[in-house]
Ligand binder design. Structure first.
Ligand SMILES: [Zn+2]
Length: 197
């Protein structure tokens, strides 16, 4: 797993749980614990750190997914994100909740956890060996996340979607839609913390 050294406490920390802060004179890499402490102090509040151990949940196909967590204070809000790691990068399922800065952290975590369980039991697509393509489930609804794949230079991005925790190219997603050729569709964009009913 890729790690970074926190400029403040000197601890080796998984890259996904760090943040880069640039000031006029330096570029700092901080672990989220140190970052949250700085934000709390700036707001004149005590900071009580809570470690979130990785959690394994099963999806609708009984496949296990290991989720990591990151808690971030942003002054007027706080967020907890959960995500899987694919080749050391965030990939697969990703979830997020937003709360007030004084909201109980455990309650916020519970909201996130319940959301994860609700989404993991849904199935929107399945692979068809007959057509050699993805097939959209009978409800004719697809919920997913817009993402991209970086090339080796990290500058060019190829559009991708994540559906049921699977990274699927726009081309493959387009093939899945071909069984609906001639039909109309409606696309709605949601913030990453919103529930998609
Ligand atoms: Zn630190």
């Amino acid at each position: 797993m890729a790690t970074e050294i926190c400029t403040s406490c000197g601890k080796s920390t998984p890259s996904y749980d760090t943040i880069c802060l640039s000031t006029e004179s330096s570029l700092q890499t901080l672990c989220m614990r140190c970052y949250n402490k700085i934000i709390s102090e700036a707001m004149g509040e005590d900071y009580h750190h809570m470690d979130f151990e990785p959690v394994v949940l099963k999806d609708s196909e009984d496949k296990e997914h290991k989720f990591h967590f990151s808690h971030k204070l942003l002054g007027h809000i706080q967020t907890i994100e959960s995500f899987e790691l694919v080749n050391d990068r965030q990939g697969g399922y990703e979830f997020s909740v937003i709360g007030d800065p004084d909201e109980d952290l455990f309650e916020l975590f519970t909201k996130l956890y319940e959301k994860m369980k609700r989404v993991l039991c849904k199935k929107h697509i399945s692979w068809s060996k007959e057509t050699d393509s993805w097939v959209i489930s009978e409800e004719d609804i697809v919920r997913g996340q817009i993402t991209c794949e970086y090339d080796s230079s990290d500058f060019d991005r190829t559009p991708m979607v994540i559906i049921d925790g699977k990274e699927i190219s726009w081309d493959d997603f387009g093939q899945a839609l071909m069984s609906y050729e001639g039909f109309n569709f409606k696309m709605q964009i949601f913030d990453r913390s919103e529930e998609m009913d």
